[in-house]
Design a binder for this molecule. Structure first.
Ligand code: HEC
Ligand code: HEC
Ligand code: HEC
Ligand code: HEC
Ligand code: HEC
Length: 273
């Protein structure tokens, strides 16, 4: 048993000089009974030795050094596991925090009104969704094409007019945020017929925008393993109420857009470049 002979174990034995435990000062003697367990546990040489502290009691041997080590390691293991488990729970909770939870915005912009009621196309505001990795958010000028006149004096739009006057963009809160080490590209998905609703759900019914998909790796992979059932005709990519197409038509769409091989779709370097 190596540990018992190590410096720690020895230092616990040193005051005893290989002789039965003899307290040097009365104060120590008073402390002895309380420390009994520790002395007995760390000093193998004196385990079970009759003590010379005048009381003639036998030191109880609770654990052998090996036993102590096992108990310590087990305790450490339990501690580590529970700390890890707790960390994982917190991490997971944070991750799903905004799922279905509308985010407060500097201006309470409503897709429900602008898309659902007024029928404005996604591309009017998210201008680069077909051509770039990012869909892009509308500049203040885009809002003002209508609100220069419309609801001009609404206090709700004060932030909008201040943004224009000060030439400062509106600080929209990000609803979807992928970690930096993940590569995502809107234009590829749009080009192959993956509709906005596949990932963002019914934005046209959201008074304030919320995240409807978890954006976890497993979620991406679930579709990448078998994307065909998620495809729609190109004309329905921006529609909010287009149903999924029948399996036969989906297979046809998949052939028409020449989908990448399943191997390429699930290759690590596709999303981590
Ligand atoms: C009139 C302009 C306008 C139109 C039209 C519009 N949006 Fe938006 N969209 C915004 C603004 C402004 C934001 C930022 C505020 C917010 O998150 O609600 C936004 C945010 C979003 C977000 C969240 C972005 C983030 O932070 O992750 C998604 C997703 C989105 N829009 C999808 C759509 C889809 C899909 C359509 C079409 C069905 C659409 N939008 C049409 C203006 C518009
Ligand atoms: C395959 C899933 C998927 C589809 C389809 C999709 N999006 Fe997104 N969208 C995402 C992800 C993931 C993000 C977060 C990107 C990031 O953090 O880099 C995002 C972010 C956004 C944003 C925030 C700004 C940005 O570009 O990061 C807007 C706006 C948006 N999407 C609009 C749309 C619109 C409009 C469509 C339909 C034409 C659409 N999205 C289709 C997954 C998708
Ligand atoms: C194409 C015209 C158009 C554009 C562009 C537009 N809006 Fe609107 N907005 C409207 C109309 C129409 C209403 C009234 C909607 C309703 O009540 O159905 C409205 C209403 C609003 C309201 C009042 C609350 C509500 O939702 O009814 C706010 C706030 C608003 N818009 C903010 C914005 C912002 C911010 C932008 C830019 C990202 C923007 N709008 C772009 C047409 C537009
Ligand atoms: C609903 C289905 C679906 C979801 C969800 C989805 N994708 Fe895709 N993805 C596709 C399809 C379909 C393609 C087109 C493949 C092709 O080019 O043939 C694609 C292509 C891509 C490409 C380009 C691949 C290439 O090299 O051509 C990247 C990168 C990508 N997706 C990343 C992501 C990430 C990251 C997520 C999760 C945040 C995600 N995708 C979620 C369906 C999906
Ligand atoms: C279709 C896109 C996609 C592919 C393919 C993909 N990943 Fe990921 N990966 C993601 C996304 C999205 C995240 C971010 C998940 C999150 O934030 O919860 C991620 C996160 C990770 C993480 C961080 C830990 C985690 O789970 O959050 C690691 C490690 C990782 N991926 C490794 C891999 C490896 C190894 C492969 C190849 C076997 C791979 N990924 C293939 C999209 C992908």
């Amino acid at each position: 048993m190596r540990i018992a002979e190590g410096p720690l174990a020895r230092s616990a034995c040193e005051p005893h000089d290989g002789r039965p435990d003899r307290p040097r000062r009365p104060t120590v003697r008073r402390r002895v009974p309380r420390r009994r367990g520790i002395v007995a546990a760390t000093c193998s040489a004196h385990a079970g030795v009759r003590r010379a502290d005048g009381r003639g009691r036998r030191v109880s041997v609770v654990f052998t050094p090996r036993g102590v080590l096992v108990v310590k390691l087990a305790a450490l293991g339990v501690l580590g596991l529970s700390a890890g488990g707790l960390g994982l729970l917190v991490w997971h909770a944070r991750d799903l925090e905004h799922l279905g939870d509308p985010l407060a915005q500097p201006i309470p912009f409503s897709h429900k009104h602008h898309v659902g009621d007024d029928g404005i196309d996604c591309r009017y505001c998210h201008t680069t969704v077909e051509t770039a990795a990012r869909a892009g958010l509308p500049s203040t000028g885009v809002c003002l094409t209508c609100h220069d006149q419309l609801f001009r004096d609404q206090p709700m739009l004060g932030t909008l007019h201040r943004s224009m006057a000060q030439d400062r963009p509106i600080a929209w809160q990000r609803v979807h945020v992928l970690p930096d080490f993940v590569y995502f590209n809107h234009s590829v998905h749009v080009a192959k017929g993956v509709a906005c609703i596949e990932c963002h759900r019914r934005v046209d019914q959201m008074p304030l925008t919320w995240r409807a998909s978890p954006l976890q790796m497993q979620w991406c992979l679930a579709c990448h393993r078998d994307p065909a059932p998620h495809l729609r005709p190109r004309s329905e990519v921006f529609a909010m109420d287009a149903p999924r197409v029948a399996p036969a038509q989906a297979a046809e769409l998949a052939r028409a857009v020449h989908l990448e091989s399943p191997r390429r779709m699930t290759d690590c370097s596709t999303c981590h470049r």
